[in-house]
Write a protein that binds this ligand. Structure first.
Ligand SMILES: C[S@@+](CC[C@H](N)C(=O)[O-])C[C@H]1O[C@@H](n2cnc3c(N)ncnc32)[C@H](O)[C@@H]1O
Ligand SMILES: *[C@@H]1O[C@H](CO)[C@@H](O)[C@H](O)[C@H]1NC(C)=O
Ligand SMILES: *[C@@H]1O[C@H](CO)[C@@H](O)[C@H](O)[C@H]1NC(C)=O
Length: 274
């Protein structure tokens, strides 16, 4: 398998290709939470997806709202979003999470998908509170890196031990600000938010069938792998090559295009403004 070097536009495109988006089940859970706590069954007017990146989560909101706004600080990401993740009722805006281009009390749902951990938490939460309507909701979600693979004839424990080794090798290259996991930021937001209606979900599995090469490509597109590639290029290339071959051996297959079932664990904080 060739190791891709992600630079400039190529990186932006691989980012789009390999990013995982929340499952329909997770989106439905958010929408149900929103409906459940509303006083009347009026239409959902406006959702804002903050740190929308290339918009792969933003599009999933569009069917439920009159209008959706995706915001991000990265013009390159927003350009990808405008190209790939469009619907007539989505608009993308360049803006920081801590200063949203929206009126007070105008928004039914604020989401941040795999993005909240990059924001100034206190300012963002204050800003979300400002733009939310009474009974509007906030949903913060992300996934953990301990993904699991399964393949019909392969021993699951062996496959997952190899994956664990891969994640352990990448851990030292994670942004030190995030530490080993960013789940703590979300839990803390859950603990400190003053809205009395709130829920914490820790184990929602997203299952997706992907070619093994795409699983590896996705890992290579993550920032810890990119950091390793910059600091120790040979080591990084060897790592992905070695892991790919050991996974293939365990699966008993000779093509990296063989499809595997990938399971990703999401966690989510939901809160409803009084
Ligand atoms: C990992 S991406 C997530 C993208 C997308 N929401 C998804 O589900 O894949 C995180 C995004 O947050 C954006 N971001 C980081 N800090 C931000 C801030 N302070 N305000 C707005 N966006 C920010 C980045 O530009 C990046 O596009
Ligand atoms: C927004 O766009 C989506 C996707 O095209 C569509 O399913 C939805 O009905 C639209 N919402 C409205 C109110 O037009
Ligand atoms: C949260 O999402 C980001 C992608 O922006 C990822 O780097 C991070 O590892 C994720 N999960 C955890 C547990 O930190």
């Amino acid at each position: 398998m060739s190791v891709r070097l992600f630079e400039g536009k190529a990186h932006a495109q691989s980012y789009w290709k390999y990013r995982i988006s929340p499952s329909q089940e997770i989106i439905d859970m958010i929408i149900n939470f929103l409906h459940k706590h509303r006083s009347s069954p009026q239409e959902l007017e406006l959702a804002v997806d903050v740190g929308c990146g290339s918009g792969q989560g933003t599009v999933l909101l569009a069917p439920h709202f009159t209008r959706v706004v995706g915001t991000d600080v990265s013009p390159a990401q927003l350009e990808m979003a405008t190209q790939h993740a469009t619907a007539h009722n989505i608009t993308y805006r360049e803006s920081p999470a801590e200063q949203l281009p929206l009126e007070d009390a105008s928004v039914d749902l604020v989401t941040a998908m795999s993005a909240f951990h990059w924001f100034d938490h206190a300012h963002f939460l204050q800003e979300a509170d400002r733009v939310l309507k009474p009974r509007g909701c906030l949903a913060l979600l992300n996934y953990t890196l301990d993904m699991e693979l399964s393949y019909p004839d392969a021993d699951a424990d062996t496959l997952n031990a190899i994956c664990k080794e891969l994640f352990a090798a990448l851990t030292p290259y994670r942004n030190p600000y995030l530490g080993a996991t960013s789940m703590d930021f979300y839990k803390k937001a859950y603990d400190t938010i003053t809205y009395s209606i709130k829920e914490w979900h820790e184990s929602m599995w997203l299952k997706k069938t992907v070619p093994l090469s795409s699983f590896i490509g996705m890992i290579e597109s993550f920032s810890p792998y990119q950091a390793m590639l910059q600091q120790h290029p040979e080591k990084a290339k060897h790592l992905s090559h070695d892991i790919t071959h050991r996974l293939m051996k365990t699966m008993g297959v000779s093509s990296p295009d063989t499809e595997v079932l990938m399971s990703v664990r999401y966690y989510c904080m939901l809160a409803c403004k009084p």
